[in-house]
Write a protein that binds this ligand. Structure first.
Ligand SMILES: Nc1ncnc2c1ncn2[C@@H]1O[C@H](COP(=O)(O)OP(=O)(O)OP(=O)(O)O)[C@@H](O)[C@H]1O
Ligand SMILES: [Mg+2]
Length: 312
């Protein structure tokens, strides 16, 4: 990602100050992201979690917004002052690209860590934004399910591999591919929370049943234990009758898990990913960015009251 430089108005918003207070504190015409982070530290406003919270964005169905939401969520957490690691689990490398990290900017992926047992720190690269690190992915990850198959402890390799860096982060965000294999099983056995982006259609609704059945099986067979399960309706368009019907069905059957915040359809998401930047940088006032903000507030509120691991 190119270096981020904020206008005074945006820097003040990010620091939750009014413009006058910011200009008295540090009068500048522009504010590099690094300076905003230092200002936050000096103001004593840097948030910290006692333990790294691991959150997996997963849906077996493709194209529901896992990457769009996980990358913009991870970026905003970093922008709010948290220390964040995002792990790209998908050999399409979309999260890597969404954060503007090019293929030639890294040598290792999670594959080297899980299969070759390379230390996880060697696979971590900076996204270019302060406080946001990445374990990138590329096509080299595509055979990882097969490579995991014969290995001892194959379901728990990710959980064990990430442990050494957990103290370095407040959040570890995992962006899953749309499949069910050993890699996603590892991700489920690693995570505290599951965030499930769904589209307002009936295929998404039926896909959820498959996912919840899988969670039940894993609870019995591998003692899967999740802190929170959050279903997020994404790309919602209230002018479609079907979308409203799907929303009502989700409300009826999954009300315990359904987030109140809904992310509406917003073309700026596509624009942002094509520019390798999160939506809050490209269009901070767009409805997509505002919806994301409400979702972050809701999730932070809900995990504050949820233990890191319990039963679903
Ligand atoms: N709220 C939204 N409004 C408009 N477009 C969106 C929204 N969310 C996602 N999209 C678009 O939908 C497409 C799929 O999104 P994304 O790649 O995030 O899904 P995914 O679940 O990660 O897909 P995959 O299963 O392939 O990993 C992208 O083109 C993205 O820009
Ligand atoms: Mg994706």
């Amino acid at each position: 990602m190119n270096p981020v430089i904020y206008t005074p108005k945006r820097a003040a918003q990010i620091l939750d100050l009014d413009l006058k207070a910011l200009s008295e504190l540090a009068p500048h015409e522009s504010y590099p992201a690094e300076d905003v982070r230092l200002l936050r530290d000096n103001l004593g406003k840097t948030p910290r979690r006692a333990e790294a919270r691991k959150q997996l964005f997963l849906n077996f169905k493709g194209g529901t917004g896992k990457t769009t939401l996980s990358t913009s969520y991870a970026f905003r957490l970093a922008e709010r002052g948290y220390r964040v690691l995002i792990v790209d689990l998908d050999s399409q490398g979309h999260a890597t690209k969404c954060l503007g990290v090019e293929d030639d900017a890294f040598e290792l992926t999670l594959c080297d860590v899980l299969i070759q047992k390379r230390p996880v720190r060697e696979a971590i690269v900076s996204s270019g934004y302060p406080g946001l690190d990445l374990i990138p992915s590329n096509l080299g990850m595509s055979a990882i399910d097969l490579s995991l198959m014969p290995l001892p402890g194959r379901e728990f390799r990710m959980r064990n591999a990430l442990k050494p860096v957990e103290p370095d982060y407040d959040f570890i965000i995992l962006d899953a591919p749309p499949s069910f294999g050993l890699l996603n099983l590892n991700a489920l056995m690693t995570t505290d929370d599951l965030v499930i982006p769904v589209l307002g259609d009936f295929l998404s609704f039926h896909g959820l049943k498959l996912l919840f059945d899988t969670l039940q099986d894993l609870q019995t067979d591998l003692q899967l234990s999740l802190g929170g399960v959050f279903i997020v309706i994404n790309s919602f368009n209230a002018s479609f009758k079907l979308a409203k019907e799907a929303q009502a069905a989700l409300q009826e059957h999954y009300s315990d898990y359904l987030c109140h915040s809904i992310v509406r359809q917003s073309t700026q998401f596509a624009q942002a990913s094509s520019e390798g930047m999160p939506i809050s940088l490209v269009a901070p006032d767009s409805k997509g960015a505002l919806d994301l903000e409400a979702l972050i507030d809701e999730l932070l509120g809900r995990i504050a009251n949820a233990p890191a691991a319990s039963s679903i």
